[in-house]
Design a protein around this ligand. Structure first.
Ligand code: THG
Length: 375
């Protein structure tokens, strides 16, 4: 018998769990102490459907850490090395959160809802505890809590078409990483949800921050009714799609063992900014010893070992990997040790067909430059 996940109150369900199960979910992971679907059909079938149609994802596990009060900006800025002084209300920001050594604690999407109200839409670590500790220790005037908000993502090339049927044409005016309140006419009356153009795929789409479970369930059902002819399906973040798109997964690809400069997130670090941030002093002094890179293995043999070697010497490890049906190669995110690696871009990977050569490259993958064409 396959091991199964025992679900209890600790492995929190969501308002959509019964619907996800009715849609035939095949696997779960636990993320922020909450259920997250990993698979409905095969990874590959889920992938092709996501790239061609539209999916509705229960991403309730992207919990919100609300930071509310006159010192809200100060606390968010303390937690991130990204300069947020010019952040505007109604915008989302991808942020590394880093500790005093510059190590990554989380990589949320921060949402500025008002000057004194931020949400951090977090990845899988307990940011609320750290944020509360900082607020108490620094005597900041803020409330820090996890509100009951259950994000629903609508992803895929037909997402805009489906969303405009449910929320009206004006949903099309939301720009990438913009967020605005949108009205949904639920069977029990009008409700307003924050809607952003974002999501953990590069197929286009939106995220709806559901803060009313009953209306949210009606919205879920409405998305499926309105999307029938668009072949809408329940889905979830997809391993293949996110590797092809270069989206990092905290705890897999980077985390407490990496700084944003090692994880390739330097574009979200403002070393020169004159702001009060816990990690900036350490990051200014920091010389990276590792680098998260892409790996292309032109073979369909299975990878049997996570180590990358050059002449038997370990130079890095595979953090996430998949078979890309679009490019006909294995793709991986690998954490390389810069000292033994040097300038080498050719490494060995152990597979069921023996030791094979693989190429290292910068992330995100540039398939054109790699000479890889979609099959
Ligand atoms: N949506 C919401 N919350 C989340 C995620 C999400 N919380 C957890 C996790 N995902 C956080 N991690 C990421 C990682 C990448 C992106 C979003 C969240 C992302 N990156 C784009 C990119 O890399 O191209 C854009 C970044 C930018 O231009 O600023 O979208 O998915 N609500």
């Amino acid at each position: 018998m396959l091991p199964h996940l025992a679900v209890s109150r600790r492995t929190r369900s969501t308002p959509f769990t019964s619907r996800v199960e009715a849609a035939g979910v095949k696997g779960y992971t636990v993320y922020n102490h909450m259920l997250l679907a990993t698979q409905f059909d095969s990874y590959e079938a889920d992938y092709w459907h996501l790239c061609e149609h539209v999916q509705v994802w229960d991403v309730s596990c992207e919990r919100q850490v609300a930071i509310v009060g006159p010192d809200a900006y100060q606390l968010v800025q303390l937690m991130t090395p990204r300069d947020l002084r010019k952040a505007k209300v109604g915008r989302c920001f991808y942020l590394p959160l880093c500790d005093e050594d510059g190590r990554i604690i989380n990589d949320p999407i921060a949402i500025k809802l008002a000057d004194d109200r931020w949400w951090l839409s977090i990845a899988d670590t307990d940011v609320v505890l750290w944020a509360k500790g900082l607020a108490t220790g620094m005597q900041l005037q803020v409330k820090v809590y996890e509100p009951d908000v259950w994000p629903v993502a609508v992803q895929g090339p037909k997402a805009e078409q489906l969303m405009s049927r449910v929320f009206g044409e004006s949903v099309k005016d939301i720009k990438f990483f913009g967020i605005q309140p949108m009205t949904y006419q639920s069977p029990t009356g009008a409700v307003v949800f924050q809607v952003a153009r974002s999501g953990w795929s590069k197929q286009g789409g939106f995220e709806i921050y559901v803060d009313n479970a009953i209306a949210g369930q009606a919205l879920w059902d409405e998305l499926f009714q309105q999307g029938q002819d668009l072949q809408v399906r329940a889905g979830c973040p997809n391993l293949i799609e996110r590797l092809e798109s270069g989206l990092l997964s905290l705890g897999n690809d980077m985390g407490y063992d990496t700084t944003p400069l090692e994880a390739g997130l330097e574009q979200y670090v403002d070393l020169e900014a004159d702001v009060v941030s816990l990690s900036l002093a350490a990051l200014r002094q920091h010389t990276p010893s590792k680098r998260l890179m892409g790996l292309v293995l032109d073979s369909d043999a299975q990878i049997t070992d996570n180590h990358l070697t050059i002449e038997q010497q370990a130079v890095g490890e595979i953090r996430s990997q998949c078979w890309s049906p679009k490019y006909g190669v294995h793709l991986a995110f690998v954490l390389c040790q810069l000292q033994p690696l040097g300038n080498n871009l050719e490494v060995n990977v152990q597979t069921t067909a023996g030791s094979q050569n693989a190429r290292l490259t910068e992330l995100p993958f540039e398939f054109d430059k790699l000479g890889l064409n979609a099959l």
